[in-house]
Write a protein of this length. Structure first.
Length: 362
């Protein structure tokens, strides 16, 4: 005798032949709905366990190098070594039409983070001649291009790009971008007034104690874990719903024009809008799972390195007097143009040369 197919869910087995012979009563309908509910809940729980596992794995993988770097940066801040780096940058700041003292601000931003740079900015700004909106915009634009090097360079390395390449990219084009935007404002004679700092949203934070600093860092790590896990969930749901494919189809012409593969489009969008640490974390997760081409990953990291965290960081820079023409428009256009040129110059390079010159060994 041939048995009919069986519907299975954990330890529950229901013969379709038996169901077909039973009268459709409320009792049987109730048990069948319970059966479906258990199957659905098991599927959902498996999804959440998988998402949580990926979030924990990716976050702790990043924490292994984030924590030592954070401690090192704190030591540099407390010992005052950042001041010497700022003095070395003073001549470069003058090339961008900025006071030499702003070298300390940029150095603090690159070694620590944007908030560390803002603390230095408010400490210095009161002791020098007021800067114009054009000057503040130039400063905030280069800060947005080149900041938090110890952490973000390590993230890009783990994601697949060599540290010296990304360092030269961000520092070099930060300087070039600063010179360009200074001359644009200077030749056009725009934004030569003074920003109304008194009415800005940003309030310079007080220097935290060592305990406060430690607690703030722990809180930051918690937020990073939540963000990365949440992004993994959202990306997976969008992929299952077919939305990722539609977004890829819409953006594919633009990114194909730039030379970036469609498989890294969602991650690139996350990095550009939310931040390089989040986008890089998702790339690390994607690389670990396989399926992402090294060339596409590097081009995505190239673009994200020049233009990322367009929402939070840009609004923060505008709150201290930066103008949207530099913070948003110039930075986005500058990053797209530089990425386009780089992709066109390297698209015919063999994988062997790309590996030797650009790809990191993890």
């Amino acid at each position: 005798m041939v048995l009919r197919p069986i519907v299975k869910c954990t330890h529950v087995e229901i013969r379709r032949s038996t169901i077909n012979r039973l009268p459709l009563t409320v009792y049987h309908l109730y048990h069948y709905l319970i059966f479906l509910y258990l199957c659905i809940m098991k599927k959902i729980s498996n999804l959440f366990i998988g998402w949580l596992h990926q979030g924990v794995k990716t976050s702790f993988y990043m924490f292994r190098f984030m924590i030592p770097i954070t401690i090192l940066v704190k030591i540099l801040q407390e010992t005052g070594l950042i001041v010497y780096i700022g003095d070395a940058l003073s001549p470069l700041m003058k090339l961008m039409g900025l006071p030499g003292e702003m070298g300390l601000v940029w150095a603090s931003t690159m070694i620590a983070n944007i908030y560390g740079g803002l603390i230095a900015y408010f400490q210095i700004a009161s002791d020098i001649a007021p800067m114009t909106v054009a000057q503040v915009t130039t400063l905030t634009t280069i800060i947005l291009i080149a900041h938090t090097f110890p952490l973000e360079l390590m993230v890009t390395k783990k994601a697949g790009a060599k540290i010296p390449v990304i360092f030269i990219l961000r520092f070099g084009f930060g300087l070039i971008g600063g010179i360009l935007i200074y001359w644009i404002y200077h030749l056009l004679g725009v934004l030569q007034g003074f920003p109304d700092i008194a009415n800005t949203l940003f309030i310079a934070p007080e220097k935290p104690t060592l305990l406060q600093w430690g607690l703030n860092e722990l809180k930051n790590y918690g937020f990073i874990f939540i963000w990365i896990t949440g992004l993994i969930i959202v990306l997976d749901l969008l992929k299952r719903a077919g939305i990722i494919e539609k977004i890829n189809n819409l953006l594919e012409p633009v990114l194909r024009f730039l030379g970036i593969g469609k498989d890294v489009i969602p991650i690139t969008v996350v990095g550009m809008t939310l931040g390089l640490a989040y986008g890089g974390g998702l790339i690390i997760n994607g690389v670990n799972q396989g399926g992402l081409k090294k060339r596409d990953v590097f081009y995505a990291l190239f673009l994200m390195s020049l233009c990322h965290s367009m929402i939070e960081d840009s609004l923060l820079m505008m709150s201290i007097g930066g103008h949207y023409t530099g913070v948003f428009i110039f930075r986005i256009c500058f990053a797209l143009i530089i990425t386009y040129i780089f992709v066109r110059l390297t698209k015919n390079l063999s994988e062997e040369k790309m590996t030797r010159w650009f790809y990191a060994k993890n």
